[in-house]
Ligand binder design. Structure first.
Ligand code: PLP
Length: 451
C-alpha cells in the first residue's frame, strides 16, 4: 500500500506540474490509445502498481486539462491544492457521510462549512443545507422543499399523498432559465410546458415589470449569474414582489453567488439573500474537485421534510443534524472534507482575491479581443465573456480551430440571435499570462481562419 500510494502521489504530482505545458485537449493519438484500457476483463488479480501505471500512462494524456489555467469552457473550476490533498485523504478515509454515526468527522465538517458558506455568501444564518453533487441536484433539492412548503400551505401533504390531485403550483422562470432548473422541475413533477416564462433584457436579466400575477402558490425561479453573460436577475425587485404575494423565490446561483465574497459586486447581488432557497456549485468557482454543490433553504424544516425517508429501525437518528436528512441520496462521499480544506486554506481574503482576479481576467480577455476588432456581446460584469468573430459561420469555424489548437479551450453558444464563443474564467490557477497567451492564440487563429 505504502509504495502504491507514494508512486500514485508521484504520478499525480507530475500530472499537475506538467499541465501548464501540455495541450489543453488530448491529441488524436492519445485518444486512440484509450483502446488499451479495454479488452477482456483479466481472469486473475495483478499488481495494483501496474494497474495504476497503465491508468496514468494511458489515461492522463487523454484527459482535458480543465484543472489547468487555460481552460475556459462551460463554467469549470480547477482544484485548489488544499482541496485536492484533502480529497486524497478523504479517499483514504472512505467515509460514508450519510449519518453522524458512520462518520462523525464528515458530519462535523458539513456543519462547519455550511456555517462558513452562509456567512461568506450573505445568506440567512439559520438556513438548512444539504451537500449534493452540483447545482442540478441543489436546484432539485431546494425546489422539492419549495414544492413541499407551497403545497403544505394549501393544505396538501405531497410527501404523504403524492402529487395526484394536488392543488396546482404556478412556476415562474426567466426566459434565460438554466436547463438544470427545468430538469429539476421536470423531475419534481412540475412540468416544463406549464411554466410562465418572463421576458429578459439584452443581458438575460428577468424584467421584473413583466412578472405575472403572483400568489402564495407561486414558485419564482431566478438566477444569480447567467451562464452566458454572467448577469444577475434583479433580486430585490423580484423578492419584494414575490413576498408581498406570499410566493417562494428560489435562486439558481451556481457560480454567481460566489461574487458575494467581494463588496465590488454588491450591486449585482442586492436582495439575493432575501430569497427562500438557493442552489450553489462548489466545483465551479470554489475550485474543489468534482462533484460538489450545496442546496440552502431558509427554513431548514422544509428541506428536511422534502428529503425525509421515513424511518427504519436500523438507522437510528442521533441528536442534532443528520446529513442524509437534507439530501436526496443516503450513502454518499464526504464532500464536506474538500469544502472545508478549500475555504480554510483560502480564508475570506483568498477567496475574494480569486473571485476578483477571475473577473478582472474576463475584462482583460474582452479588452484584448475588442482591440483586435472583434465584438464583445455582453457587458462583462463578472467572469463571462461572449465574443463574436464576425458571421455565425466564421465564429463557428474559429471556435473549432481554437478547440483543436490546444493553447486554450472555449465553447460556443447562441446569444439572442448571435453565434458567439463563451469565455468563462473560473479557475484558481489562471494567471494573467495565461490570459495573454490564450487571447493571443485566439486572435492569431481568428486571422488564420479568415485570411
Ligand atoms: C447558472 C447555472 N445553473 C446550473 C448549472 C448546472 O450545474 P451542475 O452542472 O453543477 O449541475 C450551471 C452549470 O454551468 C449554471 O451555470
Amino acid at each position: 500500500m505504502r509504495n502504491l500510494l507514494a508512486e500514485t502521489a508521484e504520478r499525480a504530482t507530475r500530472y499537475i506540474t506538467d499541465i501548464q505545458r501540455r495541450s489543453v485537449v488530448p491529441r488524436p493519438d492519445d485518444l486512440a490509445r484509450l483502446e488499451v484500457l479495454g479488452g477482456p476483463l483479466p481472469e486473475a488479480p495483478s499488481d495494483p502498481t501496474e494497474t495504476l501505471a497503465l491508468l496514468d500512462d494511458v489515461g492522463s494524456p487523454a484527459t482535458v486539462a480543465t484543472t489547468g489555467g487555460r481552460y475556459f469552457g462551460f463554467v469549470i473550476g480547477g482544484t485548489l491544492p488544499a482541496a485536492l490533498a484533502a480529497n486524497w485523504l478523504a479517499g483514504a478515509w472512505d467515509q460514508n457521510a450519510a449519518m453522524q454515526v458512520m462518520s462523525p468527522v464528515a458530519a462535523k465538517l458539513e456543519e462547519v462549512v455550511m456555517a462558513w458558506m452562509l456567512d461568506l455568501l450573505g445568506l440567512p444564518s439559520g438556513s438548512g443545507a444539504g451537500v449534493v453533487t452540483g447545482t442540478t441536484m441543489a436546484n432539485f433539492s431546494a425546489l422539492a422543499a419549495a414544492r413541499c412548503a407551497l403545497l403544505k400551505r394549501a393544505g396538501w401533504d405531497p410527501e404523504e399523498d403524492g402529487l395526484f390531485g394536488a392543488p396546482p403550483i404556478k412556476v415562474v422562470v426567466g426566459d434565460e432559465v438554466h436547463v438544470s432548473v427545468l430538469k429539476a422541475l421536470t423531475m419534481l413533477g412540475l412540468g416544463r410546458s406549464r411554466l410562465t416564462r418572463v421576458p429578459v433584457d439584452g443581458q438575460g436579466r428577468m424584467r421584473p415589470g413583466a412578472l405575472p400575477a403572483l400568489d402564495d402558490r407561486t414558485l419564482v425561479c431566478m438566477q444569480a449569474g447567467n451562464v452566458n453573460t454572467g448577469a444577475f436577475d434583479p433580486a430585490e425587485k423580484i423578492c419584494d414582489r414575490a413576498h408581498e404575494a406570499g410566493a417562494w423565490v428560489h435562486v439558481d446561483g451556481a457560480f454567481g453567488l460566489w461574487a458575494a465574497v467581494s463588496p465590488n459586486y454588491a450591486s449585482l447581488l442586492g436582495g439575493v439573500g432575501d430569497a427562500d432557497s438557493w442552489a450553489i456549485d462548489c466545483h465551479k468557482w470554489l475550485n474543489v474537485p468534482y462533484d460538489s454543490g450545496v442546496a440552502v433553504v431558509r427554513e431548514p424544516e422544509h428541506l428536511r421534510r422534502a428529503m425525509s425517508a421515513g424511518s427504519a429501525a436500523y438507522l437510528a437518528q442521533a441528536a442534532g443534524r443528520e446529513p442524509w436528512q437534507y439530501t436526496p441520496d443516503s450513502s454518499r462521499r464526504a464532500r464536506g472534507v474538500e469544502l472545508w480544506a478549500a475555504m480554510r486554506s483560502l480564508g475570506r481574503s483568498g477567496l475574494r482575491e480569486l473571485i476578483e482576479r477571475n473577473c478582472r481576467q474576463a475584462k482583460q480577455f474582452a479588452e484584448r479581443l475588442r482591440q483586435a476588432g472583434f465584438s464583445i456581446l455582453n457587458d462583462v460584469v463578472l467572469n463571462q465573456v461572449l465574443v463574436s468573430f464576425g458571421s455565425a459561420d466564421e465564429t463557428r469555424r474559429i471556435i473549432a480551430a481554437i478547440q483543436t489548437d490546444g493553447t486554450c479551450w472555449c465553447g460556443g453558444t447562441e446569444w439572442q440571435g448571435h453565434t458567439a464563443m463563451r469565455i468563462s474564467v473560473s479557475c484558481w490557477a489562471t494567471t494573467d499570462e495565461d490570459v495573454e497567451r490564450s487571447a493571443a492564440a485566439m486572435i492569431r487563429i481568428a486571422k488564420e481562419v479568415t485570411s
